[in-house]
Design a protein around this ligand. Structure first.
Ligand code: NAD
Length: 297
């Protein structure tokens, strides 16, 4: 397939590389030229704008920080909608609010373009390995059309319902992730403060009822999981500010449904404190810094 890929950050770059590896032809665009160059070195063509990238392709994939970026990339004068052919599909894998996804779908439909919300889970490791979970919001026909392309980047491609339902699944997942990460950070820090070896504690948790992805795959304590951001100074991975954004999305969606999110609200305050202290760019597992001086272990 001829595909445009826009947004080549921590997630987008490895996802785009997997599309190339699977034989797709790629036009790429990002504001960051170094990110573009990495993809060009791997065989993609650089485009001067989202409009240029979208011209002549069958599908456009966006992987951008937030809804405002998606809106700009789609609707600016040099945006995707100005260049895309009628009938070509737009797949947005960014995590945004369900209402914005539905509004983008309406806008795209007016121009004859199906729009799919397909946010992902699995982190940068899953993006590199091509094992992401895609949570897809689209009608059944469009879902079947995009499924093979998504399978080049992910292992679990799940149809969650109509447009917006992929984002509903994603923000509920990340609400839980934000809470479990803070919980693991709290428990690991308490254990260390009480004198237990962190590796022993993590080993117990990971074979006991406290086990979760935040404890066994992405443990926030340095040196427990060698591949986790905690073991490389909390660089790369999933930024604290992105987690803060997702908890805000969950809080807003909860408000619209008059549904309480007690723990989510508390987790939001924890990540907000991190961000205020200048740690918004660090991986979200650095929330452990609120409990424990990870530099002086
Ligand atoms: P990132 O900040 O690393 O990358 C975003 C990229 O978008 C950057 O390269 C940036 O230059 C580019 N960009 C921003 N505005 C642009 C514009 N107007 N035109 C073109 N490019 C533009 O973010 P990420 O970690 O790759 O996350 C992307 C999305 O995926 C977010 O919505 C995030 O919540 C979600 N997500 C991230 C992870 C993770 O582990 N990092 C996991 C699941 C989902």
């Amino acid at each position: 397939m001829k595909i445009a890929f826009i947004g080549l950050g921590n997630m987008g770059a490895p996802m785009a590389l997997n599309l190339l590896k699977n034989g797709h032809t790629l036009n790429v665009f990002d504001l960051n030229q170094a990110a573009v160059q990495t993809l060009v070195d791997a065989g993609a063509s650089a485009s001067a704008s989202p409009k240029a990238a979208a011209t002549g392709v069958e599908c456009v994939v966006t992987m951008l920080p937030a809804a405002a970026h998606v809106k700009r990339v789609l609707t600016a004068d040099d945006g995707v909608l100005a260049g895309i052919a009628r009938g070509a599909t737009i797949v947005d894998s960014s995590t945004i609010d369900p209402a914005s996804a539905q509004a983008f779908a309406k806008l795209a439909a007016e121009r004859g373009n199906p729009f799919v919300d397909a946010p992902v889970s699995g982190g940068t490791g899953g993006a590199a390995a091509g094992t992401l979970t895609f949570m897809v919001g689209a009608n059944a026909g469009v879902y079947e059309q995009v499924k093979p392309m998504l399978a080049a980047m992910g292992k679990n491609i799940v149809h969650c319902g109509d447009t917006g339902m992929g984002q509903v699944a994603k923000i509920c997942n990340n609400l839980l992730l934000g809470i479990t990460m803070a919980g693991v950070a709290e428990a690991m820090s308490l254990g260390v403060a009480l004198g237990i070896d962190p590796k022993v504690l993590a080993g117990i948790v990971n074979t006991s009822t406290g086990r979760c992805w935040s404890s066994d795959t992405y443990n926030p304590y340095p040196g427990i999981v060698e591949t986790a951001p905690a073991s490389r100074g909390y660089t790369g991975g999933f930024g604290t500010d992105l987690m803060l954004k997702d908890l805000g999305l969950a809080a807003d969606a909860a408000k619209s449904a008059k549904q309480p999110v007690y723990l989510g609200a508390l987790a939001q305050q924890l990540y907000q404190t991190m961000s205020k202290h200048g740690d918004g760019g660090l991986d979200f597992s650095s929330v452990i810094k609120l409990y424990h001086d990870v530099g002086a272990k």
